[in-house]
Design a protein around this ligand. Structure first.
Ligand code: TMP
Length: 237
């Protein structure tokens, strides 16, 4: 499998075409941004960790009945994935209040919900990824009702799976963002990545933040946090 033309460069990854029109290669960068690209930086070794972590978790999710874009890890930073059309919806599940939820509703971080919540954002950087509900998504033709129902079902399944695996690692899954794509034959699959960039992970005992919030909030110890969660996951998985 070889990279051909560069198709797209995002904030944290590059995507390349290959000789197979159904297969793309994703290359994970160390670049980090926050607040819709306003804050820029780099987290040394992040690309390697996010590549490995996302692949480990997606390979397991595939076996749990959540189809994903994952095909094969090629090296430290690069992975072959199915070519999909990304649904322009960010799907966010929350188990505990934090981040924009706390800000929007004026509540402290750390309130444990009795049931997980789900929300959607319109994936559109120019608009700042505005929150939207399923009716808005259908009205804007971002997805059909059938697709939204499936995405919801998969997202809660991903939450159950991730919560359990992180619990074994002594890590609490606070919230996360996932994205879905559609393959050329119309199958909806989990795409993008699952990593400390896209999940809030707190140490279960100390509640220490072990994710990208350390970068967003200038807390220091960013690389160490990524390494720590990767180490714990590798030991358990
Ligand atoms: P939020 O509290 O800022 O809305 O973030 C919710 C979750 O989504 C959190 O785990 C971080 C993740 N996230 C992304 O992966 N990408 C983003 O652009 C944003 C804003 C959040």
């Amino acid at each position: 499998m070889e990279k051909k033309k560069e198709m797209y460069e995002g904030k944290a990854k590059k995507v390349f075409e290959t000789e197979d029109p159904e297969v793309l290669i994703v290359s994970y960068k160390d670049d980090a941004t926050a607040f819709n690209g306003l804050k820029k930086g780099s987290i040394s070794g992040k690309g390697v960790i996010n590549n490995r972590m996302s692949n480990m978790l997606m390979a397991k999710l595939d076996k749990e009945g959540v189809p994903t874009h994952f095909i094969e890890e090629l090296n430290d930073r690069e992975t072959a994935v199915k070519r999909v059309k990304i649904l322009p919806l960010e799907v966010i599940i929350r188990n505990i209040s934090a981040g924009s939820f706390s800000k929007r509703y004026g509540v402290e971080e750390g309130i444990v919900f009795e049931e997980p919540t789900i929300e959607f954002s319109y994936k559109n950087d120019d608009l700042g990824d505005p929150l939207l509900n399923a009716y808005h998504a259908v009205a804007l033709k971002l997805a059909t009702w059938e697709e939204i129902d499936l995405v919801k079902k998969y997202a809660f399944k991903v939450n159950d799976f991730l919560k359990a695996i992180w619990k074994e690692c002594g890590v609490t899954l606070v919230d996360f963002k996932i994205e879905f794509g559609k393959t050329s034959d119309g199958e909806i699959v989990l795409a993008d990545e699952i990593s400390p960039d896209t999940c809030r992970l707190w140490d279960s005992k100390t509640h220490e933040k072990l994710d990208k919030d350390r970068f967003r909030r200038d807390m220091g110890g960013v690389e160490e946090a990524y390494e720590e969660v990767m180490r714990r996951l590798s030991e358990k998985a």
